[in-house]
Design a protein around this ligand. Structure first.
Ligand code: OXD
Ligand code: MN
Length: 589
């Protein structure tokens, strides 16, 4: 008798009518075969799905060019579908579950005719982890099948974990005809189901990532008492050899990947990488918080990545002797057949194709690589991978950091007074938008805990969940806020990148109770003498400016926070409003 999984896959095939069905095992040998198919048989916008890059310099690396209208997450076409609109909240686009299904069903009907349906059984999390979740995605494009093979643990172990159970994540994906008018990313959290059509872009199409591991998982976390967060996970080793595990939430394309594999400029400090995008946080058997990275790879932003800004990522990208690496929408150096993007090095090669495969003419003033061009690469290639990466229990958490891209006002680092004040500092977070989504770039928007585009339910309930969750575990981690991006006279005040270890050091000194701090309305801030600046050429005046809190600058911010919180009406927890009042009075007094 067919299992629930086989039955579900057959139903998807009956609807989409592929010519062939192929069950993926996730092996490297299979990736090579799928890449050959993508090179020879499948087309996107008239182009083959993959181009081989210079394997001497970039082992196992391939280039993919997406449809020019399909280069980033499309938040306006992303829906969370519950029977009641209130359950999706003002933070989500909502469509009634039945209406959504009827609408999208028509688009899926026969959409795989002439194509292969790839069946991808995968696990988010280590196969032996009690926190791991099995899922299956079907898709009709080799690029998504190969990418999911890099980003998840795919194959036999996932099938074993699903067995005859009905309890697995379900994802139906097709690139459809790539027409943005017929593009929808629909989530049905109560059914553990995602249906996505019309896009091959990472966040819209690799359903294990944002769709399942954040939107659906955040809802599962609400039901089951855990958190799914848009956070990197690192272990920071101090000169004594002690390792503190830290989580950090930043909006998309704000440097999470760089921080996740930071090359320390302070002797004796070292950062170990566990994840660069998503953390699932559970209460462990000893009552402490533990985090796992459900993913197995990085889907990072290429522009700006270089030996100077992120040497460990450059090593990761070139280490692909065992695993496949993909580049999406970067430029191509025709002389050397290498990938290229703005910021990779100082020179712009002469003979290049831009991200769309057209001759690159610098005088036209456009970038050669798309600003949201990406790499997809296995975490196993990362030279700083933590020895705990495969620990099924996860790592115990000492601190949580919230950060946004703010050119004004927000201090380099501050520490919340307690858990609830920390939840408030995450809830009031704002950040300037980036090219990771198709919205306008550089506009300030409130992005609580960097989860605005990813929380799969009403964020008022999400804040309440954070508050309630905080009452259930021992040794609550301290909560910090950081901002690497503050400017004065249009110049960044802080050097960032590897120098951010100095901020991590202060955070650890606070955890280890080695230094005091000054109380301000936004939390405790360092005495500037407690920030280690040896070997760093930064004027004291700039350090002071990094921590300046000017009352008049905050009026607009306070109003904006109040306006944002008010959108949640009565559902907003009173505890958050109480923190807001304290914060406002403190800033205005
Ligand atoms: C991502 C994103 O791809 O946040 O990680 O957009
Ligand atoms: Mn992300």
């Amino acid at each position: 008798m067919a299992t629930a999984l086989e039955k579900w896959v057959n139903e998807q095939a009956e609807l989409t009518k592929p010519d062939k069905i192929y069950w993926c095992d996730g092996s490297e040998e299979e990736k090579h075969r799928l890449i050959e198919t993508g090179k020879k048989e499948e087309k996107i916008n008239g182009n083959p799905v993959f181009f081989q890059l210079n394997h001497k310099l970039w082992p196992n690396a391939y280039l993919h060019r997406s449809h020019p209208s399909d280069v980033a997450r499309t938040e306006h076409l992303t829906y969370v579908c519950y029977p009641e609109k209130e359950d999706a909240g003002p933070n989500n686009n909502w469509m009634g579950a039945e209406e959504a299904k009827a609408k999208i069903r028509k688009l899926f009907d026969g959409c795989m005719k002439g194509r292969t349906m790839y069946v991808l059984p995968y696990l988010m999390g280590h196969p032996d982890s009690p926190y791991a979740k099995p899922s299956v995605q079907v898709t009709d494009i080799s690029y998504v099948a190969v990418s999911m093979g890099i980003m998840t643990r795919m194959g036999k172990k996932a099938l074993e974990r699903i067995g005859s159970s009905e309890n697995f994540g379900k994802g139906l994906h097709s690139i459809g005809d790539l027409n943005p008018e017929k593009r929808f990313i629909m989530h049905f959290p109560r059914e553990n189901l995602v249906q996505s059509i019309g896009s091959g872009y990472g966040g819209n199409a690799l359903l294990g990532k944002k769709c399942f591991s954040l939107r659906i998982a955040s809802y599962l976390g609400l039901q089951q008492g855990w958190l799914a967060e848009h956070m990197l996970i690192i272990g920071v080793e101090t000169p004594t050899g002690k390792i503190h595990y830290i989580l950090a939430a930043f909006p998309s394309a704000c440097g999470k990947t760089n921080l996740a594999m930071l090359e320390s400029t302070l002797p004796g400090y070292k950062v170990w990488t566990l994840g660069d995008d998503i953390a699932w946080i559970n209460i462990g058997p000893d009552g402490r918080l533990y985090a796992i990275n459900p993913e197995a790879g990085f889907f990072g932003v290429a522009p700006g990545t270089s030996i100077k800004t992120n040497p460990n990522m450059m090593k990761t990208l070139k280490a692909g002797t065992c695993y496949t690496t993909l580049f999406t929408n970067v430029a191509l150096n025709l002389k050397t057949n290498e990938p290229w993007w703005e910021g990779i090095n100082e020179d712009t090669p002469e003979n290049m194709l831009d991200w769309q495969g057209k001759e690159f003419i610098p005088a036209q003033g456009k970038t050669a690589a798309h600003p949201n061009s990406r790499f997809t690469v296995s975490i196993k290639q990362c030279p700083t991978i933590s020895s705990e990466f495969d620990n099924p229990a996860g790592v115990p958490i000492s601190a949580i950091i919230f950060g946004g891209k703010r050119t004004q006002m927000i201090p380099l680092v501050s520490e919340s007074f307690d858990w609830i004040n920390g939840v408030f500092s995450g809830a009031r977070m704002g950040s300037e938008t980036t090219a990771a989504a198709t919205n306008k770039v550089g506009v300030l928007r409130r992005d609580p805990m960097a989860m605005l585009p990813f929380c799969g339910y009403n964020m008022a309930d999400y804040f309440r969940h954070w508050i309630e969750f905080g009452k259930k575990f021992n040794n609550p981690p301290k909560i910090f806020s950081v901002n690497w991006f503050r400017k004065d006279d249009n110049e960044f005040l802080w050097p960032g990148f590897g120098e951010n270890i100095r901020v991590l050091k202060w955070i650890i000194d606070r955890i280890e109770e080695k230094v005091g701090a000054k109380e301000t309305p936004v939390g405790f801030i360092p005495d500037i003498n407690d920030i280690e600046t040896s070997g760093l050429d930064i004027p004291e005046e700039n350090l002071k400016k990094l921590f300046e809190i000017k009352k008049d600058e905050w009026t607009e911010e306070i109003n904006d926070i109040e306006k944002f919180f008010s959108r949640f009406g009565k559902r907003m927890p009173q505890e958050i409003w109480k923190e807001f009042e304290k914060f406002k009075n403190h800033l205005q007094s």
